[in-house]
Structure formats: C-alpha cells, structure tokens
Design a binder for this molecule. Sequence first.
Ligand code: FAD
Length: 457
Amino acid sequence: MTVAVVLFTSDLRLHDHPPLRAALAAADEVVPLFVRDPGVHAAGFDAPNRAAFLADCLRDLDASLRRRGGRLVVRTGPVVREAGAVAAECGAAEVHTAAGVSGYAQRREERLREDLGRRGVALRVHDAVITAVAAGAVTPAGSDHYAVFTPYFRRWSQERLRETCSAPRTVRVPDAVRGEPLPSRDELPGLSPGLPAGGETRGRERFARWARSRMAEYEEGHDDLAGDVTSRLSPHLHFGTLSPVELVQRARARGGVGAEAFVRQLCWRDFHHQVLAARPEASRRDYRPRHDRWRTEDEAAEDVAAWREGRTGYPLVDAAMRQLLHEGWMHNRARLLAASFLAKTLYVDWRVGARHFLDLLVDGDLVNNQLNWQWVAGTGTDSRPNRVLNPVRQGRRYDPSGAYVRRWVPELENVDERNVHEPWRLPEDRRAALGYPAPLIDLADGLARFQHARGLD
Ligand SMILES: Cc1cc2nc3c(=O)[nH]c(=O)nc-3n(C[C@H](O)[C@H](O)[C@H](O)COP(=O)(O)OP(=O)(O)OC[C@H]3O[C@@H](n4cnc5c(N)ncnc54)[C@H](O)[C@@H]3O)c2cc1C
C-alpha cells in the first residue's frame, strides 16, 4: 500500500486542488494534513477573526473528506517537524503542497525540502494553487518581477491557465495516523460580531450566488460604498477555499464587463503575490523608499487611537473603521480612504495601520495587506505616490446619499445628505446634540505636513 501526504496551507478546499489530485494519482492512500504552527501564533498572524474563519474552513474540509471516506488530520507543532513525523508514521514516499510566496512560506518550503529529503521523502510543490498564474511565471525583460500593474495585467491576461480539476470522489486515509480534535470558533474570544462564516461549501455557494445576481453590476458598482456590490470573496481567497484559477475561468465563461472587471481584481491579487515573492522584505520595508520620517505610534498615540476606534470626526473614515471593527472586513474604497487618512493626512507610519488591519481583517493577508498599504502610502507600486485622498470629496463621490456613513455611524443617522460628510457645517446647537467628535485635524494642515515631508512644497 503506497501513501502520500497532502500538506494543506492556504488552500483549504477539495475542488480544483492539484496537490490532492497528484497525491491521489501517486498513492493508494492519502493523509490530508493541516498543521497548526505555533510560529504563526508567535508572529501574531492568527488574529481571532481569522482563527475563527480558519476553524470553520477546517471543519468544512473535514466534513467534505468524511463524505468521501476520509478525514482531515490536524496536528499542532512546527510545520516541518509535524509534516516529517506524519510522513514517517504512515511511511509516505511523497509530500504534496502548494507553492507559497511570503518569506515565511518560502522558508517553510526550503526547510521541508531539507528535512523530508533527509528522511528519503520527496517534496512536490504545486504552482498556481494559491494564485491563478504562478508568481514568477511571467516576468518583464531584465527583471524578476513586474513593478507596474498595467503591463503585468496585459501579460497575465495572455497566459494560458492550467486546466481545473474536480473534487475527488473518494479519499482513503490510513487508519494509523493520529489527529487532534478540530478547533472551533466557539473557543475564541474577541470576535467581530458580524464576522462571516468560513468553509469551502459557503465559499462556493457565495460565488455562485454573487455571479448570478451581482457580477453584472460589478464594473459600475464596485466603488459604491453603500451598494456593497463587490463579491466579499476575499476571506475565501485568503484561505483558499476557492481556487483563483477556477474563479477566473468561471468569470470568463460568463463574460461581460462585470466579469472582466472582476478578473482584473483577481489579477491585482496575483500582481501583489509576484511582487512579494520576488521581494519578501516588502512586507516590512518600503518597496520604494521616499525618505519619509513617519510619525511613530508613540508620537501619534491619540491620533492612532481615534483612527482605530472610528472617532476622527471624518464620517467616511469613521464609518470605514467601524465596519472593520464590526465585520472584520472593509470595502476596498473604504480601505483606500482609511489608509490614506492614517499614512498621509495623519502622517503615521503605514506599518502601524497595516498591523491594525492584520489584527482584525478576516482576509488579512501579508501579501495584499502590506502591498496595498504601501501602494496607498506611496512607497509601493502606485505611479502617483503623493496623492492624498480627501474624505469629504470621497464621501460625496462614493457615498453620495450618505447611506454608508449612516449605516456605521449612528450619531449621524438623522443628518441630511448635504451635511452628512461635513457635520461640522451644521449649526452649533445641532452639532453639539449629535455627540459626534469634531475633526481631529484640519485637512489642509495634514496635506501641508505631508507635502513638506515629501519635499513637495
Ligand atoms: C489598505 C488596504 C489593505 C488591504 N488589505 C487586504 C488584505 O489584507 N487582504 C485582501 O485580500 N485584500 C486586501 N486589500 C485589497 C482589497 O481591498 C480587498 O481584497 C477587497 O476589498 C476584498 O473585497 P471583495 O472580496 O468584495 O473584493 P472584489 O472587489 O469582489 O474583488 C475580488 C477579489 O480580488 C482580489 N482583490 C481585489 N482588490 C484587490 C487589491 N487591491 N489587491 C489585491 N487583491 C485584490 C481579492 O482577492 C478580492 O476578493 C486591501 C486594500 C487596501 C487599500
């Protein structure tokens, strides 16, 4: 009887899963393994909202495997040690896993290769599992990655995607391999009250429903904050309960401008993956230094606290930050504004904001979070690094009726359309009765400080 191990990481699904397919083709029995690595905890990457979504994903994966005659084996410990121990316990000749891009994933892969090699076990790493096009598969002349999105998108769009594969019908798991009880979201304190539930089953249902009902509106509506037209698939893509290859193919098969715009966003995701794969240090260091002398968290403690809690006195920023606290998720347009406000208007180090996002976002992802923060801070790949978003103008444009602000900032629920983004314009007695804070900073002062710091004045 031959055995292979499938090490699941950010690919918690059975549909379109090349490592699982390859393991099933190579061996009679397969151990589907997920390792809860304390290193992830030590690095602060298992924030409660994500740990809860992850627990849902593992339970769903286990239930789907059981319906096919198998089960998920969960172990706790350093991932390299546990993968090696499981391979030894079941006499596996191969371990299959998906290629990752972060520094952590790259180190994991190297150490796995070494450790398994010493045991005579082969490591098989599969590309285009976590991204649609493998990081590094397309490169411009003279560089190891694309630093500009548009040419990357052009090239990426021409790339032939691999064939998708269906979920297996049966998975036979050797009895002898010991597993641990599955984690549960009920054990986790401090979850956002509106946190979505995770798992491949829900992810597939969500995509199918959204593609049927809202994808056609996506091109026109994706920036409308109150409309909430975007797919909300980001946590599913983060945990890999949905396959990006499959999503691109299914969207293309549907066709239309909405589908095209959605595919373009999936390309942004791949774009950031290929940047971080080539420059893993960009998760911490400025990708393009602009000689900023950011204010630190200590220097700006009160401003940072007001930003985090959604009481800056700028309704759109506050709505965004309160949505994050409540749902563990935020609309992209709101992320752009909230991040610009912290990094540029308040001139606080982007890493302070990125950390807070990572503490709460259910889709919080080292690749997309850090590189989007850098994009907004002007230290990343944005070709207009010094633009500063104005919360009042953004409000009038992307939340013209104020419905998004009123949803998240109840103090303003009775304020009319004209004043909802500028409540300070209301007569003094009305304003005082709202119980809503006055603006934390004059926007002109924030802009002047930023422009001075960047040498633009
Ligand atoms: C400051 C900041 C921080 C961010 N942090 C994260 C993060 O931690 N994790 C994360 O997944 N996304 C992050 N994003 C990107 C984007 O905001 C979210 O992916 C998007 O809002 C998720 O909503 P959706 O699934 O409805 O997106 P849709 O509009 O439906 O897009 C479909 C998918 O495309 C991908 N996508 C869309 N926009 C981007 C983008 N700008 N960069 C990379 N991928 C994108 C996502 O996987 C998304 O699920 C961040 C953006 C900003 C400005």
